[in-house]
Write a protein that binds this ligand. Structure first.
Ligand code: RB5
Length: 161
């Protein structure tokens, strides 16, 4: 299998991030995108651009493809629960998407699993927690070492559709 975005070396710098959401995550996505811009990151907003009802897989796929192709370093997806976004994004080879609800998991997802797409649930966590989750995930970096082979092992289970 040709994986265009293999496990990243430990401590890789992050400059570009793609963000996406459905109607349920639209407001939180915009709020977090503004936060990312303030941090100096280059943000690629892949929609949705309004609170009108839409289908989360369209946005999950767009962000996941941007990450897998290396156009961006990381992705952030927001829907009602984060679940549908993660399930869809994880179908794209090279993407390791995780829904997180606590800061320990947000950090560990990056340090241990080299999570390259963070999925948040706007109907599950408030703005303050969402900010903390994003900050914890961004501040962490993949530790490599014993985790490298395990992350590679994820690809053995496939993931394409
Ligand atoms: C939309 O109502 C909702 O199903 C969606 O935002 C998400 O929670 C799916 O996983």
């Amino acid at each position: 299998m040709n994986i265009s975005n293999p496990p990243s070396p430990a401590g890789r710098d992050v400059h570009r991030i793609a963000v996406g959401a459905d109607h349920a995550g639209y407001r939180l996505k915009n709020h977090l995108a503004a936060l990312l811009l303030k941090k100096g990151l280059k943000v690629r907003d892949m929609g949705t651009d309004s609170p009108h009802s839409c289908d989360y897989p369209d946005f999950a796929r767009a962000v996941a493809n941007a990450v897998a192709s290396g156009e961006v370093d990381l992705g952030l997806l927001v829907c009602g629960t984060g679940q549908g976004m993660a399930m869809t994004a994880n179908k794209v080879p090279g993407v390791r998407a995780a829904v997180v609800l606590d800061t320990f998991s947000a950090r560990a997802a990056r340090e241990h699993n080299d999570c390259n797409v963070l999925c948040l649930g706007a109907r599950v966590c408030g703005t303050g927690l969402a900010e903390d989750l994003l900050n914890s995930w961004l501040a962490a970096s993949f530790q490599g070492g014993r985790h490298q082979a395990r992350v590679r092992g994820m690809e053995l289970s496939g993931g394409g559709v």
